[in-house]
Design a protein around this ligand. Structure first.
Ligand SMILES: [Cu+2]
Length: 494
């Protein structure tokens, strides 16, 4: 029986599992503990004791900060023991960490990363600083570069003095191996300081980084390799590598939560029981005005920053990942609603402060003159896992679009398929002006947005500033990207 087109390739790599051995915490050797996460563990190799811990206080990834304008770090990509969900697993991670450290820099800083490929199944790799407005040329954010097993490469990213402050991230980008390496846990947050950090009511409240990742346990003591997208119910939805951690907050206290969807393929629909969320930034770009929402739709690769103000009485409130069907024809591709973290209101009453409504001044490109318009069409094969941009599968040797430095362009992305995709472009963020032909209210800048199925469109405006060179745009559902839904662009001098 032929496999559905979206799973054929995943299934080829799915006979690889994860080892989780006893390391303290809650021991489960086959007894379900009342959730589907436990049921999947019960099916794992009965000879290997499996530990899954949930409900522990949230631990944020270790932070590495720049000093004197410089941050230097070595990343080793290697199959190694790592902590996932309170147990010891084996996965293909960086520096043994799931997720990787949070990097913090200031605009104008130089980020130096020595990337070492220390094995990882004989696969090549590389590095991408997602959301960074830096040069796409060596030794910068060149995603065409390949680091073979045993090789290394020194990346040097010079962030401009006027870089927009916010939450970026970093992950591998070696075509066509991105999905498996990100699914294994190779991802970390990258924070550019400033901007909203200086705004009262935002910069002076507790600031928490939440890295959302999805991975999967399989049989036996072997590393995770590839998601099986047809079994999302078996996947663990993790925050900072933890299952349903608790996030403590005082009654009436406001906190700033920065969430990164570092899953390889999962559309996250987020809800916080009993509370509104006040959105202040998208993909590392501060908003002009706060937006109050009850749910947030965060595609793979996106970031969202928001304020949460706790109720005035103690209590527990679930942060939920809601049931969502990315492919209407195949509802089995979706996971049931899960609690991915629990906000626990406790302790002494905090002074209740107003949530700021005005944030930072943001340029509105809708009033500017457009130099050129383009139409970008996402499509896919109905019979095989092949995905296309303007009818073509990705080729690194072809140049699909050429833009002039400094030009302002308007692009309309059209999704002709029956499933959701995202549109991500490197180097320059863009302002979304229309969704499905309807003008959007307010001003938001993104580097990655969702594009709805069956003729859904997103229209955006962007200026190709500061940097010439060759880079890419693509769908951030990494299975789609790895199977062709990526396109090359170059910026040339005027
Ligand atoms: Cu896609």
């Amino acid at each position: 029986m032929p496999l559905p087109r979206r799973t054929a390739r995943a299934a080829a790599g799915a006979a690889i599992g994860i080892a989780a051995v006893a390391a303290g915490g809650l021991l489960a050797t086959g007894t379900a503990m009342g959730s589907d996460d436990d049921a999947l563990v019960a099916t794992a190799d009965a000879t290997v004791p499996i530990v899954l811990t949930r409900g522990k206080p949230l631990v944020e990834p270790p932070v590495v900060r720049s000093e004197n304008g410089r941050l230097k770090l070595t990343l080793s990509a290697k199959v190694s023991r790592t902590q996932i969900a309170g147990g010891t697993a084996i996965s293909n991670v960086w520096n043994g960490l799931f997720p990787a450290p949070t990097l913090e820099i200031d605009p104008g800083d130089r980020l130096e990363i020595d990337m070492k490929n220390d094995g990882q199944f004989g696969e090549a790799t590389n590095l991408h600083t997602h959301g960074a407005h830096v040069s796409p040329k060596n030794p910068g954010d060149n995603v065409f570069l390949s680091i073979p097993t045993g090789g290394e490469h020194s990346y040097r990213y010079d962030f401009p003095e006027d870089h927009v402050p916010g939450m970026l991230w970093y992950h591998p980008h070696r075509h066509p191996l991105v999905q498996s390496q990100v699914f294994a846990g190779q991802a970390g947050a990258l924070i550019v300081r400033g901007g909203l950090d200086d705004l009262p009511g935002v910069g002076d409240v507790r600031d928490r980084t939440l890295v959302y990742q999805v991975t999967q346990f399989e049989n036996g003591p072997r590393p995770i390799r590839q998601p099986s997208s047809s079994t999302p119910a078996k996947q663990l939805q993790l925050v900072n590598g933890q299952l349903n951690p608790t996030i403590d907050i005082r009654p009436g206290e406001t906190q700033r939560w920065r969430i990164l969807n570092a899953s390889s393929d999962k559309f996250l629909v987020l809800r916080l029981q009993g509370h509104s969320m006040f959105v202040i930034a998208d993909d590392g770009n501060p908003r002009a005005e706060t937006q109050k929402v009850t749910t947030q739709f965060i595609g793979p690769g996106e970031r969202r920053e928001f304020l949460v103000r706790a109720r005035s009485r103690p209590g527990r409130f679930a942060l939920q990942s809601m049931f969502f069907v990315p492919v209407r024809a195949q509802p089995s591709y979706s996971a049931p609603t899960r609690t991915i973290a629990t906000m626990v209101i406790k302790g002494p009453q905090a002074t209740r402060r107003p949530v700021p409504t005005k944030l930072l001044p943001v340029e509105d490109l809708r009033t500017e003159r457009v130099d050129r318009r383009r139409r970008i069409v996402f499509s896919e094969s109905r019979t095989s896992p092949r995905f296309f941009v303007n009818g073509k599968e990705f080729s690194a040797t072809r140049i699909d679009q050429t833009m002039r430095l400094g030009d302002l362009e308007e692009w309309t992305i059209v999704n002709t398929t029956d499933e959701w995709h995202t549109f991500h472009i490197h180097i320059n963020p863009y302002q979304v002006t229309k969704v499905n032909g309807k003008p959007v209210r307010g001003i938001t800048y993104d580097d990655n947005v969702v594009v709805g199925p069956n003729g859904g469109t997103v229209t955006m405006r962007t200026r190709f500033k500061d940097f010439t060179g060759k880079f890419v745009f693509h769908c951030h559902v990494l299975f789609h990207e790895d199977n062709g839904m990526m396109s090359t662009v170059q910026v040339v001098p005027r």
